[in-house]
Design a protein around this ligand. Structure first.
Ligand SMILES: [Zn+2]
Length: 318
């Protein structure tokens, strides 16, 4: 499978909304659009998104202008996200009355219950509003900013500075490292017992993504990466990362926890992994994450029973 196809399998990557629609039109046209009967609003309350629950199936609650006005007061002008099926979608930060607050959901916890498109749409809405909330003042001079271009630019109101700020995405690498038939897993002290994941970390200034793969693995585990290969990417809106997934081969396999970011790192073969899954000593990362997919692709290369099935059959009860 090519990288485009691989990435589309990652949750939050597959919104079918046409983002290019927002490149047309000036502020007046956008205002007309937001007030038309083809506008749909995705309310975000703090870091939570509004969902509708129909018999256990969650959907993104995309409401019309009149309903938005009757249920919520808005913090800031809506942000135009794009167009789908002749409907125009806007993300909007809201204040909510107590009886409405419980209808908002934590996207990280509810994403698995949404279809791929709704999860991606809500992830997009959450990420851009979080960026706006965190950039209400100019980072250069401290003056307040105001939204421009449908909310995708924040401009400094100081006439001398007048700097434009663009949505920020933080690149992070995540990598499944192999040595022979084993893969490298790590766990942090603050995670639930037996939870393991692949190795991850932010790309630093002045560093290539491939250099970040080598450095992060060495810092966290002491393992030497001698070869890396791009797998896929995943936007991770908690709050605004772009996960760049890699597979890698280890030269030296000896483990040493150099920066103590991990409590434990260990090599596991596929057999050792299933043994641990069965006896509850391996809790995989959340199935919505690219980490899960990296492990899944590695595992399924040499196993007839898919990793996902092993996890579902051996998930902790209750
Ligand atoms: Zn400024």
């Amino acid at each position: 499978m090519n990288h485009l196809g691989q990435s589309q399998l990652n949750l939050f990557s597959s919104a079918t909304i046409d983002r290019m629609a927002r490149t047309v039109g000036d502020a007046d046209e956008l205002d007309t659009l937001a007030n038309s009967d083809r506008a749909r609003f995705l309310p975000v309350y703090n870091t939570k998104v509004l969902v509708a629950n129909k018999a256990g199936q969650l959907t993104a609650a995309a409401i019309e202008k009149a309903e938005l006005a009757s249920r919520f007061s808005c913090d800031t002008p809506p942000v135009y996200l794009g167009c789908k099926n002749d409907l125009h979608y806007f993300a909007v930060g809201v204040k909510a009355a107590d009886e409405e607050v419980e209808k908002f959901a934590d996207l990280r916890q509810s994403a698995a219950l949404l279809n791929d498109n709704d999860a991606a749409l809500l992830g997009y809405a959450l990420a851009i509003l979080t960026w706006q909330r965190n950039h209400q003042h100019c980072g250069a001079c401290g003056a307040p900013t105001v939204p421009r271009q449908g909310g995708h630019v924040l401009q400094c109101t100081d006439p001398v500075c007048a700097r434009e700020h663009y949505p920020r995405t933080d690149p992070a690498i995540i990598v499944l490292v192999e040595h022979g038939d084993r893969a490298l897993f790590g766990r942090k002290a603050e995670w639930p017992a037996h939870r393991y994941s692949t190795i991850a970390g932010f790309v630093e200034p002045g560093e290539s993504v491939e250099q970040a793969v080598v450095r992060e693995v060495a810092e966290e585990t002491g393992v030497e990466v001698i070869e890396s290969c791009y797998h896929s990417s995943q936007p991770w809106p908690f709050p605004g990362s772009l996960m760049l997934g890699y597979t890698a081969l280890a030269g030296r396999s000896q483990i040493h926890l150099n920066d103590r970011e991990l409590e434990e790192a260990r090599w596991l073969s596929r057999q050792e992994l299933t043994d641990r899954l069965v006896c509850g000593e391996f809790l995989p990362p959340t199935p919505i994450s690219i980490s899960f997919r990296l492990i899944e692709d590695w595992f399924n290369r040499q196993r007839s029973v898919p990793f996902r099935m092993w996890c579902e059959n051996n998930s902790p009860k209750g």
